[in-house]
Design a protein around this ligand. Structure first.
Ligand SMILES: Cc1cc2nc3c(=O)[nH]c(=O)nc-3n(C[C@H](O)[C@H](O)[C@H](O)COP(=O)(O)OP(=O)(O)OC[C@H]3O[C@@H](n4cnc5c(N)ncnc54)[C@H](O)[C@@H]3O)c2cc1C
Length: 379
C-alpha cells in the first residue's frame, strides 16, 4: 500500500470544504431536496470527479475522490443532499461509465456528469431486501426490446431521478440470472410513486417505482445480458466505499463541535470535558475517525490499482456505520438537553446516521459477507 497524499489533493479537498460551507448549507433545504443546490454542485464539476475528460469529467483518481467526499461530509451539514449526490454518482452514473457500451455512454454520460439527468439504482423489492437475489422483477425478450414487470422499493432519488439502473431476472431455472437495464423515467410503463417519508435524510427523496409492461430498448442492457449479478456486486462495493466516505468527514465535524462544547460548558464549577466519562467519548470519536480514514484511503488506493476491494468495503461500511451512529449518540449525550432540541441539529445528525446501518446491505449482512469471505479463503 502506498497512498501518500499530495499537496494538490489536499488543496482539492480544501476547495470542496470552502465550497460546501458557502453553498450547500442553506437551512431551508436541510430536510428537503433543493434543485438550487443541485445546480451549484453541477457547476463545481464534482459529479464527474473520476470520469474521464472525454465525457466531461475531471479524470481524478479514486484516492482524490475519497478525500473530496470526506471534505464534502465535513463541510456540508445536509447529509440527505450528499446522499442524493452519491447515489447519482457511484451507483448510477459510475456503472454506465464502467459497464456501458459506447452508445450508452454517448447517450447518457455527458448529461449525467453535467447533472442535467439525475441517476438512481433499483435493486430492492418489498419481499427482497437483504435477500436481493430473490427479486421477482423480470424482463422478457420481445425481439427488438425487453418488457420489464415488477416493483422496486426504497429507491433513493426515485422522485427526482431521470435514469434508473434496474436489476431484473432474465433467466429462471437452476441458476437464476439477472440483467441490469438502463431505464429512463419517460419509458412507456414506468411509474414513480409518492415520496416515502423517512425518519432522516429528508433532502433525499425516496420512492417505490413500478414497471408495468415497461418497454426497454435492447441497447439499454448494461454490460452483458444475464451478467447483472456481477454489476450488482460491483455497485455495492462502490456504494460501501464512497457513500460512507462523507461519514468520516461528518464524524470529524461532530467531534469538533463536541470538543468546543465540552471546553465551554461548565457544571459543578468545572468544564464538563474534565470528566473522563465525557472526554473518553471524544477520544473514541477520534479513534473512529482515524481508523475509518485509513480504511477509506486503502480502498481508494486498491480501486486506483484496479483491484477488488469487496471485503475491505464491507469492513469499512460496517465499521464506519457503527461508529458514525455511536458518534452521534455520544454527541447527543455530551450536549445534554440542548442536543435533544432541534436548534442544535444533533438530533437530526443522529436520525440521518441511523439509516446507514441498513442501506447498502445491513450491518448483519456485512458480517455474513466478511465471515463467508475469510472462511472461503481458509478452506
Ligand atoms: C435510506 C435508505 C435508502 C435506500 N436506498 C435504496 C436504493 O437506492 N436502491 C435500492 O435498491 N434499495 C435501497 N434501500 C433498501 C436497502 O438496500 C434495504 O433496506 C436493505 O438491503 C435491507 O432490506 P430490508 O429493509 O428489506 O430488511 P430485511 O432484509 O427484511 O432485514 C430485516 C432485518 O433482518 C436481518 N437479516 C435478514 N437476513 C439476515 C441474515 N441472513 N442474517 C442476519 N440477519 C439478517 C437484517 O440485517 C435486518 O436487521 C435503501 C434503504 C434505506 C434505509
Amino acid at each position: 500500500m502506498d497512498f501518500l497524499i499530495s499537496k494538490d489533493q489536499i488543496m482539492l479537498k480544501n476547495e470542496i470544504i470552502d465550497f460546501a460551507k458557502n453553498h450547500l448549507n442553506d437551512s431551508k433545504y436541510i430536510e428537503t431536496f433543493s434543485m438550487e443546490m443541485w445546480k451549484e454542485i453541477c457547476n463545481l464539476g464534482l459529479l464527474g470527479v473520476t470520469i474521464s475528460e472525454e465525457y466531461g469529467g475531471l479524470g481524478e483518481s479514486y484516492l482524490t475522490a475519497a478525500l473530496m467526499f470526506e471534505g464534502l461530509g465535513y463541510a456540508c451539514k445536509n447529509n440527505g443532499f450528499i446522499f442524493v449526490v452519491n447515489n447519482h454518482i457511484w451507483v448510477s452514473q459510475n456503472l454506465i461509465y464502467l459497464y456501458g457500451s459506447k452508445e450508452l455512454k454517448e447517450k447518457y454520460l455527458k448529461k449525467m456528469v453535467a447533472g442535467e439527468k439525475i441517476g438512481a439504482i433499483a435493486i430492492t423489492e418489498a419481499e427482497a431486501g437483504s435477500d436481493a437475489m430473490s427479486m421477482t422483477t423480470h424482463a422478457e425478450d420481445k425481439g427488438d426490446y425487453y418488457v420489464l414487470n415488477g416493483t422496486k422499493m426504497f429507491i433513493s432519488n426515485g422522485p427526482i431521478a431521470d435514469i434508473f439502473i434496474v436489476f431484473a431476472v432474465t433467466s429462471e431455472g437452476t441458476f437464476k440470472r439477472y440483467t441490469a437495464f438502463v431505464v429512463e423515467k419517460n419509458f412507456e410503463g414506468f411509474q414513480v410513486c409518492e415520496d416515502i417519508k423517512k425518519m432522516g435524510l429528508g433532502a433525499c427523496p425516496t420512492s417505490e417505482i413500478v414497471l408495468n409492461n415497461c418497454i426497454v430498448p435492447k441497447e439499454n442492457v448494461l454490460g452483458t445480458f444475464n451478467m447483472g449479478a456481477n454489476i450488482m456486486t460491483a455497485a455495492l462495493e462502490w456504494e460501501r466505499c464512497y457513500e460512507f466516505a462523507p461519514h468520516v468527514g461528518v464524524m470529524q465535524r461532530i467531534m469538533e463541535r463536541c470538543l468546543e462544547h465540552v471546553n465551554n460548558r461548565k457544571q459543578f464549577n468545572r468544564l464538563i470535558g474534565e470528566n473522563q466519562s465525557i472526554s473518553h467519548k471524544i477520544a473514541d470519536m477520534q479513534v473512529s475517525i482515524e481508523l475509518s480514514r485509513l480504511m477509506l484511503y486503502k480502498i481508494a488506493w486498491l480501486k486506483d490499482q484496479g483491484k477488488s476491494a469487496f471485503m475491505d468495503a464491507s469492513i469499512f461500511k460496517l465499521y464506519v456505520s457503527e461508529n458514525y451512529i455511536k458518534t452521534c449518540r455520544d454527541a447527543l449525550q455530551i450536549f445534554g438537553a440542548y442536543g435533544y432540541t432541534k436548534d442544535y441539529e444533533i438530533e437530526r445528525e443522529l436520525r440521518d446516521a441511523l439509516a446507514c446501518s441498513i442501506y447498502s446491505g445491513t450491518n448483519e449482512m456485512q458480517k455474513n459477507t466478511i465471515y463467508n469471505m475469510i472462511r472461503s479463503r481458509a478452506l
